[in-house]
Design a protein around this ligand. Structure first.
Ligand code: UFG
Length: 328
């Protein structure tokens, strides 16, 4: 079924790929983005861009009604764990309060279908691996806390206002399409940092600790290709009328350690990548691996690109084609 979909944060890294996939599938995509972190050039042709703030309920209402929007994918957020500890007010405002404003606008306009970008950070220090959706949520930073607060609000809004939502708890999104890739300033994520080192844009990669209880002492994460992640949003759109769901999104298995990411990037790029061993980064759990059995069995979702080599190759190709990111 073709839908008219508004994507908040559609000029950001994951949002741009979700928008690209929507357009590819013949949906009508309207990006609503303040461009405070997003990039105009990341919005694929075929999608409409509305520059606006989530706090601006009137503007959002107009965007919803004028474009006869049927569903919203809400991806606009701040997402840096470290920054959230320094600036919790910013995270409560942009992730929780602004999200509630969006819901005000949606309810006022009778748009009652939502797909929400949630995060593995809602679990905090996990009680077991792989992590299932029913596991305890106990965030250890304001980023996870503010995402969880919004997710919990969705539960109450569902009862009272018949809102239907899918909350997708992402593990480590990575990789790129030909058109859209990861370009943050500052960059904090491992794979783009490693590739910047391969490209000679930084002298070395600092590895945040090698004394974890993991196979090689470095942290293990569950990397998921951004296109596989985007496809899950489109599947989720299709089931909203059947009820609300929460899904983990990762590839599962053994995950990859920081050292394994660096080794794979060396093989993919055939470049030297210097490392420096550093201290642990505050708040990093040793291992984060998703069980994505729920979305696999309920929606038939399957990652098509779970091999880390394929993920890193796609990111490397994008970076070589966009050495300065999205020039604006
Ligand atoms: N790392 C390094 N050096 C770096 C950058 C990262 O060693 O320069 C390590 C980190 O310590 C971590 C791993 O690489 O062990 C991955 O780090 P990222 O910053 O790429 O990703 P995170 O796992 O920290 O973050 C992801 C999402 C967040 C989310 C978090 C949940 O990007 O949005 O998972 O814990 F909150």
């Amino acid at each position: 079924m073709r839908m008219r979909v508004l994507v908040t944060g559609g000029a950001g890294y994951i949002g741009s790929v979700v928008t690209e996939e929507l357009v590819k599938d013949g949906h009508e995509a309207v990006v609503y983005d303040s461009l405070y972190k997003g990039h105009r050039a990341a919005v694929v042709s075929g999608a409409k861009l509305i520059e606006g703030d989530l706090m601006d309920v009137e503007r959002m209402r107009a965007a919803l009604s004028e474009n006869r929007i049927e569903a919203v994918i809400h991806m606009a957020a701040d997402s840096l764990v470290g920054e959230s500890v320094e600036k919790p007010a910013k995270y409560y405002r942009n992730n929780t309060v602004a999200g509630l404003r969006l819901l005000d606008a949606m309810i006022a306009e009778g748009v009652l279908r939502l797909v929400f970008s949630s995060t593995a950070a809602v679990y905090g220090e996990p009680e077991k691996q792989p992590i299932e959706e029913s596991d305890t949520t106990n965030p250890t930073n304001p980023y996870g806390e503010t995402k969880l607060a919004f997710e919990r609000a969705l539960g109450w809004y569902e009862r009272a206002y018949t809102l239907r939502y899918a909350s997708l708890r992402y593990f480590n999104a990575a990789g790129a399409t030909k058109l859209c890739g990861e370009w943050h300033d500052p960059e904090t994520h491992l794979i783009p940092i490693v590739l910047q080192a391969a490209a000679g844009r930084r002298a070395h990669v600092e590895v945040y600790g090698d004394d974890y209880l993991t196979r090689d002492g470095t942290c293990v994460r569950d990397y998921i290709h951004v296109v596989d992640l985007a496809r899950a949003h489109i599947l989720a759109l299709g089931i909203l009328d059947k009820g609300s769901r929460i899904y983990n999104l990762g590839c599962g298995g053994e995950g990859y350690s920081v050292n394994e990411v660096i080794e794979t990037a060396r093989a993919v790029t055939s470049r030297d990548i210097q490392i420096r061993m550093g201290a642990r980064r505050a708040g990093d759990p040793a291992v984060l691996i998703a069980s994505s059995d729920r979305i696999k069995s309920e929606l038939g979702w399957q990652p098509a690109m779970q091999d880390l080599k394929v993920i890193i190759e796609s990111a490397w190709h994008w970076m070589q084609g966009h050495p300065d990111g999205y020039k604006e």
